[in-house]
Design a binder for this molecule. Structure first.
Ligand code: F0G
Length: 416
């Protein structure tokens, strides 16, 4: 890159800000986006993004993520996640060669690390004394880890009783001040924004523009792994809609800068009990009607998604679709992904449940190439795994643990 210019501008009114602002919203209430103007294009730009051993899977895309911080990132490192293929999962979903981009392979076990490395790097650059987020669990785990690395105080707001045990364990272990809020994620997000303004704490939720920049690399890395030949479909779970927004931005920029020629279609999948985005899609995006969210997939238990306008843009620009799947379908997909040896947390399985439904509806056609994003690791939510396999009727074919006497004859009897 010869000249590096990075600015922030308001999505709603176009007002511009220095990239070092601590704001994540414009005075008009609109969210801020990062604007880049890379001086290279096409094959030349692709060459600068090439993989070298030891690189972070986020910062090797630094020239189109945050070029001004590439020399001093707060990096674990993160990214470089695999594209997996398992016949059993492909068959179950009805899509030959279905690929699974497994973001659970990130250092804290979810895709959040990709956004967090950039947001916490930015917090350090602007001298923030503390960082905060509202979270259904993964964001808080990731923020806690990166803030610990940067030596910045972290405060996390989580819905009491509605965060999976693995995620809670991480926030506590990495040393974040953990506030159990008597309310849902939507209440936590309202509170943390208010607290951020009042107490001067840097906000690290996905409304933070640098989170979005980092999360673009899920798509950039996937395209690179596919030799810059986009699949027909990219399918992801959707909650607060930061990731849906990031995927659209990545794809539109990639086309504009000559990295790819055609845009894949995005399918955003919500849990039926937390599906205001899917409902708005069905109504032709006539506006968001928040809901009181409930789902076993606690990661996406969100009723009033903050990045709604950006996510609408993603779906419009990619000729995408939004659909709900039931908790039962989510758990059936999870059981299949788990049994294949891959494993993921419940929210992640919504993507594969969505692939199966779209294929059955004929929206995904025979022969279409599809990448489903698995957003988090199996061990994030061991409580749900235990429930699934404890003999209730949450899934077909539960794998019941067998209590057996400490005696070889008894063991033989069980195994026979
Ligand atoms: N999958 C997982 C595992 C998540 O943790 C989340 C969001 C999503 C999907 C949805 O992504 O919000 O960008 O649409 N988790 C946030 C959190 C809300 O606090 O960890 P989204």
């Amino acid at each position: 890159m010869n000249t590096v210019i990075v600015t922030l501008s308001c999505d709603a009114c176009g007002n511009t800000f220095a990239e070092t602002t601590s704001k994540v919203r414009c005075d008009c209430g609109g969210l801020l986006s990062v604007n880049h103007s890379p001086s290279l294009r096409g094959a030349e730009l692709r060459r600068t993004l090439e993989w070298r051993a030891g690189d972070s899977g986020v910062w090797r895309f630094g020239p189109i993520v945050q070029p001004l911080a590439m020399s001093h990132p707060v990096s674990h490192p993160e990214g470089n996640t695999p594209l997996l293929s398992r016949d059993a999962v492909s068959q179950w979903a009805g899509v030959d060669g279905l690929l699974l981009k497994h973001e659970g392979h990130n250092p804290t076990g979810s895709f959040k690390d990709r956004g967090m490395t950039v947001a916490v790097t930015q917090a350090a650059r602007i001298g923030a004394r503390a960082v905060a987020c509202a979270s259904t669990g993964n964001t808080s785990a990731s923020l806690a880890a990166y803030a610990a690395q940067a030596g910045i105080r972290a405060v996390v707001f989580v819905p009491a009783g509605k965060i999976a045990i693995g995620k809670m364990a991480q926030a506590l272990a990495y040393g974040a001040k953990t506030l159990l809020i008597d309310g849902d994620f939507d209440a936590c997000l309202r509170l943390v924004e208010e607290a951020g303004e009042e107490l001067g704490i840097y906000l690290a939720n996905s409304i933070n523009p640098f989170r979005i920049e980092g999360q673009k690399t899920i798509v950039l890395e996937m395209l690179q792994q596919l030799d810059w030949q986009p699949p027909d479909w990219i399918v992801l779970p959707a909650g607060n809609l930061g990731n849906t927004a990031a995927f659209g931005k990545a794809l539109v920029e990639a086309r504009e800068w000559g990295l790819i020629e055609k845009l894949p279609r995005i399918a955003a999948v919500q849990a039926e009990g937390a599906a205001p985005f899917a409902a708005a899609f069905r109504r032709g995006f006539d506006g968001l009607e928040p809901v009181r969210a409930e789902t076993i997939a606690t990661a996406i238990r969100i009723g009033d998604p903050a990045s709604y306008p950006r996510a609408v843009r993603t779906i419009r620009e990619t000729d995408g679709v939004v659909l709900p799947v039931s908790d039962r379908e989510i758990l059936a997909a999870k059981a299949e992904i788990d049994r294949s040896g891959v494993g993921c947390e419940p929210a992640s399985a919504a993507s594969v449940a969505g692939v199966r439904l779209l294929r059955r509806q004929g929206v995904i056609k025979a022969g279409d190439s599809v990448v489903a994003v698995l957003t988090g690791h199996l061990l994030k939510d061991p409580g749900t795994v235990e429930q699934m396999h404890s003999g209730g009727d949450l899934i077909d074919r539960p794998n019941l643990a067998v209590q057996v006497a400490a005696d070889i004859a008894a063991i033989r009897a069980v195994l026979d």
